[in-house]
Design a protein around this ligand. Structure first.
Ligand code: PLP
Length: 432
């Protein structure tokens, strides 16, 4: 590190930012990024950081990957915007074909709706379940995050600030998400997970429900991995009650947990899938995937201006190929298991770490005080201290720290990251 962040150049940008940018953005600390390569990021003052966030699970194939750069350079000279809702174009078709080829068998002959973000991919799924079932209500989970536009926000439940002042919402019920560390029913795994299922089953019967929206692993809510059988039970309930199961893979998908869809790792095939974040190789891209029997709406029922953008499609095709040929799913499994082991070792030495959880390269530690009280201030201090020492980590949930590095991460880099976190946690305890 050349200077303590924010350095002199960063401070100037932040001062200008505070005058013109919406204050609703959620910066955990003052990092002004300049460029990035692989698993490393440089700030505007020349400081180098190890990236354990992949710019919020987007840079999955590594930052500034040359295969994406080449694909973008080639396409930018030809055409960027094909107005895909109004004209035909080959690249978005190819991208959709390649995406479908990675889906579980039941979805492989399906259809893709292309958009530009996670929230749009959820909005399309929301409209699709309403279109098919014509029932007033949808269902989601406590602690879930599905986006911030009004349809997806009606589902989102992870933080009060997301919803405060924005009601009334669309009719949505919220169900308990099996989370055994902080079980709302005071039970322990596996009783906890299955008790949630009983509640879910009953609550879904109380209203006419079109679709059940679920994250395979809750992301913004705290990187929470439900018990093994949880999603299988949801699948059974949806089948029995004729509810469409929507799998929000925006954060957990794209090989992050090993399989292309995280839901495949739970042995479950959803009805509709929403994806975004890494999908466009770093360019804005959202996709909603459904069987053709469900995506049977007529022209005009749903469309947009920018979906199918050619730069995003070119980057997306190059990115998918890279992830497949470099077996990033296998690396996510292997390095994820090693990361979890390192975090569990850390937990033994730091009382502040209440819970360690994860699947593949989607892992988190939850910092707690006595009686599992969230240690939010402590968490924020640890994040800032890590940054000062050259490690980028992001928060999630009330008091958790998430690990969502590029899927290209190596053991060597994890061995650099964890001692930095260790020392930040020790400094905090020493100061007390
Ligand atoms: N769904 C999930 C699971 C997410 O994690 C997010 C964003 O973090 C979204 C939807 C919304 O995505 P976006 O911010 O691109 O609208």
């Amino acid at each position: 590190m050349k200077s303590n962040p924010p350095g002199p150049k960063a401070r100037k940008v932040i001062a200008r930012d505070s005058k013109v940018v919406s204050p609703s953005l959620t910066r955990a600390y003052e990092l002004v990024v300049d460029h990035a390569k692989g698993c490393y990021v440089w700030d505007i003052d020349g400081n180098k950081y190890l990236d354990m966030a992949a710019f919020v699970a987007v840079a999955s194939i590594g930052n500034s990957n040359p295969v994406v750069q080449r694909a973008v350079e080639k396409q930018v000279k030809k055409l960027t915007h094909p107005a895909f809702s109004d004209f035909y174009s080959e690249l978005p078709v190819r991208f959709s074909e390649e995406l479908l080829a990675l889906m579980p068998p039941k979805l492989r002959n399906g259809r893709v709706f292309l958009s530009n973000s996670g929230t749009e991919s959820v909005e399309a799924a929301y409209k699709l379940v309403k279109w098919n079932k014509r029932r007033k209500w949808v269902a989601a989970f406590n602690g879930s995050f599905h986006g911030r536009t009004m349809g997806s926000l009606s589902l989102t439940h992870s933080k009060k600030v997301h919803r405060d002042g924005f009601g009334p919402f669309l009719p949505a019920i919220h169900l308990p998400y099996a989370y055994c560390y902080r079980c709302p029913l005071g039970l322990k795994y596996p009783d906890c997970g299955m008790a949630c299922i009983d509640v879910i089953e009953k609550k879904l019967k109380e209203k006419p429900i079109s679709g059940l929206f679920v994250e395979p692993i809750q992301g913004e809510g705290g990187y929470i991995v439900p018990p093994k059988e949880f999603h299988k039970e949801l699948r059974r309930i949806c089948d029995e009650q004729d509810i469409i199961m929507v799998d929000d893979e925006v954060q957990a998908g794209y090989y992050r947990t090993g399989t292309f869809l995280a839901m495949q790792g739970f042995g479950v095939t959803p009805d509709i899938v929403s994806m975004s974040k890494p999908l466009g190789g770093g360019f804005p891209m959202g996709a909603t995937i459904a069987p053709k029997e469900l995506m049977d709406w007529p022209p005009g029922a749903h469309a947009n201006t920018m979906g199918g953008n050619l730069i995003a499609c070119a980057a997306g095709i190059a990115s998918i190929k890279y992830a497949r040929t470099h077996k990033l799913g296998q690396n996510a499994k292997k390095q994820g298991a090693y990361l979890l082991k390192l975090l569990k070792n850390l937990q033994e030495r730091h009382e502040l770490i209440g819970d360690v959880r994860g699947k593949g390269l989607m892992a988190s530690i939850e910092l707690v005080k006595k009686a599992k009280k969230p240690a939010k201030e402590e968490r924020d201090k640890v994040l800032k201290e890590c940054l000062r020492e050259g490690l980028i980590l992001l928060p999630c949930g009330e008091s958790s720290i998430r690990f969502s590095p590029p899927l290209t991460i190596t053991r060597k880099e994890l061995d650099i990251a964890i001692p930095i976190l260790d020392s930040a946690l020790s400094k905090l305890t020493d100061k007390k």
